[in-house]
Write a protein that binds this ligand. Structure first.
Ligand SMILES: Cc1cc2nc3c(=O)[nH]c(=O)nc-3n(C[C@H](O)[C@H](O)[C@H](O)COP(=O)(O)O)c2cc1C
Length: 194
């Protein structure tokens, strides 16, 4: 069975990003994938200090919650990263997670992991696509395989529109693209790992 982790990069634990990532994972589960949702907002993860020890040893010198998270995500076949749009880009929490994942690049643990992006902004055209692109850039540099939400829409992944908590429950397009992204990640991960 393939394992897919969903990362939520919002400081609002029960916010819109959490809602859409959860929907994507439920849809992956319907195809028999094992899933786990991880909320960065609940974790203690400090920014990278550029000590560069990870380049020599593959280990991070900072001892916080990122250690156990790195262990978890180095053993998955699918990864979905969701972030709210903050000024047209990912949140600080999401960026810190990305930077601190550098030890995984020492031996390319995310190579061929089937991955996709989810973003939520308060405005239509508020930067959802640029935020998905920032997540895609990260995944590319980790040598993961990037997918979008697949047919029939086949765009950037899931782009939600909603400002207040629970707004995305009524966002039909965000909901549908999140579910389709979850299926697309699971289907390809299953195919590649048969
Ligand atoms: C600091 C900050 C910056 C934001 N910048 C944008 C933005 O550039 N575009 C946008 O559409 N929404 C922006 N928003 C709104 C959030 O993306 C929106 O409230 C979203 O629902 C938050 O997701 P969450 O519920 O998962 O926390 C911003 C919110 C904050 C707090």
């Amino acid at each position: 069975m393939v394992k897919i982790i969903g990362i939520v990069g919002s400081p609002r634990i029960k916010g819109n990003t959490n809602f859409l990532v959860k929907k994507a994972l439920e849809s992956a589960e319907s195809l028999d994938a094992e899933t786990e949702l991880i909320n960065l907002g609940k974790m203690d993860i400090s920014p990278c200090t550029a000590c560069n020890i990870c380049k020599e040893t593959g280990e991070c010198s900072i001892k916080d919650d990122m250690g156990s998270l790195l262990e978890k995500i180095s053993d998955v076949q699918g990864l979905i990263i969701g972030s709210p749009v903050y000024f047209g880009n990912v949140t600080a929490q999401t960026k810190i997670f990305m930077d601190r994942s550098r030890p995984l690049r020492t031996n390319f643990s995310l190579q061929d992991v089937v991955s996709g992006a989810i973003s939520v902004g308060a405005s239509r055209n508020g930067g959802q696509e640029t935020t998905c692109s920032a997540i895609h850039d990260f995944l590319l540099i980790q040598d993961a395989i990037i997918v979008g939400d697949g047919a029939p829409a086949a765009h950037y992944g899931a782009c939600g529109v909603g400002g207040r908590i629970k707004d995305c429950e009524n966002d039909d397009v965000g909901l549908e693209t999140a579910k389709n992204l979850g299926k697309r990640v699971a289907n390809l991960a299953i195919k590649l790992n048969e």
